[in-house]
Design a protein around this ligand. Structure first.
Ligand SMILES: Nc1ncnc2c1ncn2[C@@H]1O[C@H](COP(=O)(O)OP(=O)(O)OP(=O)(O)O)[C@@H](O)[C@H]1O
Ligand SMILES: [Mg+2]
Length: 320
């Protein structure tokens, strides 16, 4: 059977940010994403995990066509993003952001917010659009009479439901969810995850799910990609990756989940002593200073991402 065409696909993408300090001086560059290839097929959920600052949101921004790769290519349903209009990208893939408090326009009603993508796409007349907004509110579990409310009159969970309705109203095939529940109360997080699960089944959606919560990964994702310092270091079926990690960093993430900080950011903030500086060229494996398995080759050469027993892994001394 021919492989189904990907909805979103990254091909060796890099993103380097350059900035000059206000007082002149040298240009500072941050290599946020360093050569990532991945693809999201129809009806699939791919989780992207990794600690703060490793480049997840930067990658998501490129997959959504919100920022252009410095090198490499993003394709949406086979076409390069640089050749597609904003509207064509929006028709296929939509974002759900972390914080529904900042992502909803405070001066618009729920109806205006959810209707806007239809207006932008020129779909249907006013009556049809409003009917569709009401359908969407029902689909995300909000009463139709919420359509007249302003964002400030909603709870955090209700706001995230509105932003999901807005993302789905023009029928994209994929959602890129960047920590969709981490700004919400713990009690509400499970409701939003359950909503995403239910919508996936009803609408046959694909998700790229960025999260710090491995319990959510376990529940939702077919495949899991682990990112470290701008690169993918382990990619495979979620079952395999979580049950039997091959990369020592994946094992470390899994152990962090057993600690009482579930749902919090994974592991401690980046420690400058053990992480290479993203503004300088580095040598060897960027994880080696934290790795009990590091050997001399890890100092000399950054391990390439290679296929081992059905998954992709970047480690000179894998666990199995
Ligand atoms: N616009 C920008 N200009 C300069 N540097 C940036 C910019 N955006 C991100 N960075 C840097 O790129 C790196 C990756 O950031 P990114 O936000 O993608 O991480 P993340 O994995 O999403 O982290 P978190 O889990 O905290 O959301 C960081 O070093 C960050 O400081
Ligand atoms: Mg982020």
């Amino acid at each position: 059977m021919p492989e189904a065409i990907s909805i979103v696909e990254a091909n060796e993408v890099h993103k380097t940010f350059s900035s000059k300090s206000r007082f002149g001086g040298a240009v500072r560059t941050v290599r946020a994403v360093r050569g990532i290839s991945l693809s999201l097929g129809p009806d699939r959920t791919l989780a992207l995990v990794g600690e703060s600052g490793c480049g997840k949101s930067t990658l998501a921004g490129m997959l959504l066509g919100l920022s252009a790769p410095s090198e490499g290519m993003v394709r949406i349903k086979g076409a390069t993003t640089s050749e597609l209009s904003r509207q064509a990208i929006a028709n296929a893939v939509q974002p759900v952001f972390q914080d529904p408090y900042v992502s909803l326009n405070p001066r618009k009603t729920v109806e205006q917010i959810v209707r806007l993508p239809l207006v932008a796409a020129g779909r249907g007349n006013r009556t049809e659009q409003i009917e569709r907004v009401h359908e969407m509110l029902e689909l995300v579990g909000l009463p139709a009479d919420f359509s007249g409310r302003m964002p400030r009159q909603l709870s955090g969970g209700q706001r995230q439901r509105v932003s999901i309705a807005r993302s789905l109203v023009a029928e994209p095939q994929a959602l890129i969810c960047d920590e969709p529940t981490s700004a919400l109360d713990v009690s509400v997080q499970a409701q939003i995850i359950n909503l995403l699960l239910e919508l996936r089944g009803r609408l046959r959606l694909s998700y790229l799910l960025i999260t710090h919560n491995l319990a959510v990964v376990d529940q939702l994702a077919d495949e899991t990609a682990v990112m470290y310092f701008g690169r993918l270091i382990e990619v495979g079926r979620t079952r395999d990756v979580l049950d039997r990690p091959l990369h020592p960093y994946t094992l470390m993430l899994r152990q962090a989940v057993l600690e009482p900080t579930v749902g919090q950011k994974l592991t401690a903030p980046l420690d400058a002593a053990v992480m290479p500086n993203p503004m300088q060229a580095h040598r060897g494996c960027p994880f080696r200073a934290r790795c009990s398995r590091a050997s001399s080759i890890c100092e000399d050469m950054e391990p390439p991402l290679v296929e081992i027993s059905g998954r992709r892994i970047a480690c000179h001394n894998p666990l199995h």
